[in-house]
Design a protein around this ligand. Structure first.
Ligand code: SF4
Ligand code: SF4
Ligand code: FES
Length: 323
């Protein structure tokens, strides 16, 4: 065996709903050059060892987005993930289908829920009736206008971010990171006539269900950075409509708390986030937190160095300092 060739143990998720009562993992072991992509390893398994293995792929070069799957617990593209570093780090490669989508067979999932949430956001240009598109001519943008959404057209709709997202897992109302990144693209497009409507609608349609965990950005093979675009949407939505949802009221309250005293005042934050009836419903949770962290019940305090916190806020609020 050449020095570059290693033994690669691969545990592949197998499930055929037509004949299996439960999913299982099947072990295959191959000798492969360490730079071999996981996708090529799976295709070798299918050609040489087990033609019944189902998976989806097309371009084999990180372009089509078809081969997204969960490799050693991370959602990513199989054609972009070499086997060597995986085996060196984990001792084997465990392959699962994408999360948050129903399994059709083995590594093939049903993508309809992913596209359904995406379509709901009207991810296309809605022309502004006051500024009709010039007939038969281009409707150009300036380089600065294009710069505002330059990362979002890189998206190849692979669904890795959707698979990695805990908000998608927990809430059927959450549109998903890719859909929100695409929405951002139209919100900042000067040719779109529905900016404000889109921002108002999305506040009530799940924007604030995002947990800010950044797993979508970590899993994106094209550096679209969906969590950062979601952050931008949140800021723009508050600027257009104010804080109308629990999530936005919580965010604004959090910011004000830190600005005022450098510390979070949990009781005040509950009052800022919920109306009195809703706040009452939070009482059992509040008592649980207070038992674990009695300091949350102390009155307002201000940290040492509060002047520095205020200076930071001033710098952040100064448009000249904006990124
Ligand atoms: S940052 Fe938001 S959208 Fe991205 S994975 Fe976390 S919860 Fe999902
Ligand atoms: S945002 Fe990134 S991870 Fe999500 S679908 Fe697009 S390319 Fe894939
Ligand atoms: S096969 Fe096209 S992105 Fe992997």
């Amino acid at each position: 065996m050449s020095a570059d060739v290693i033994s690669v143990p691969i545990d592949v998720y197998r499930f055929d709903p037509a004949q299996d009562r439960a999913p299982r993992y099947q072990r295959y072991t191959l000798d492969l050059p360490r730079h071999t992509p996981v996708l090529s390893a799976l295709l070798k398994i299918r050609t040489d060892l087990d033609p019944s293995l189902s998976l989806r792929y097309s371009c084999r070069s990180s372009i089509c987005g078809s081969c997204a799957m969960v490799i050693n617990s991370k959602s990513r593209l199989a054609c972009q993930t070499p086997v060597g570093p995986e085996v060196e780090r984990y001792g084997r490669i465990v392959i699962d289908p994408m999360r948050n989508l129903p399994v059709l067979r083995d590594l093939v999932v049903e993508m309809a829920p992913f596209w359904g949430r995406y379509r709901k956001l009207e991810p296309h240009l809605i022309p502004d009736p006051n500024h009709p598109m010039p007939e038969g001519r281009e409707n150009p943008m300036t380089p600065a206008e294009v710069e505002r959404f330059k990362t979002t057209p890189r998206c190849i709709a692979c669904g890795s971010c959707y698979s990695a997202c805990p908000a998608v897992e927990h809430d059927p109302e959450f549109p998903g990171p890719m859909a929100l990144a695409k929405l951002y693209r139209f919100v900042v497009d000067p040719r779109d006539g529905a900016h404000q409507d889109r921002l108002v609608r999305i506040q009530a349609e799940g924007l604030w269900l995002c947990l800010r965990c950044h797993l979508c950005t970590e899993s994106c093979p094209k550096e679209v950075a969906p969590s950062e675009r979601i952050r931008d949407l949140k800021e723009m939505a508050i600027a257009v409509q104010g804080a109308t949802e629990h999530g936005s009221r919580h965010a604004v309250g959090f910011k004000d708390n830190i600005r005022d005293r450098g510390l979070l005042n949990e009781l005040k934050l509950v009052r800022q986030t919920y109306n009195p009836l809703e706040a009452l419903a939070q009482l059992p949770q509040g008592l649980k937190i207070a038992r674990k962290k009695p300091e949350t019940l102390r009155g307002p305090r201000t940290i040492e160095g509060q002047a520095e916190v205020e200076a930071l806020y001033e710098a952040l609020d100064d448009p000249k300092e904006a990124p």
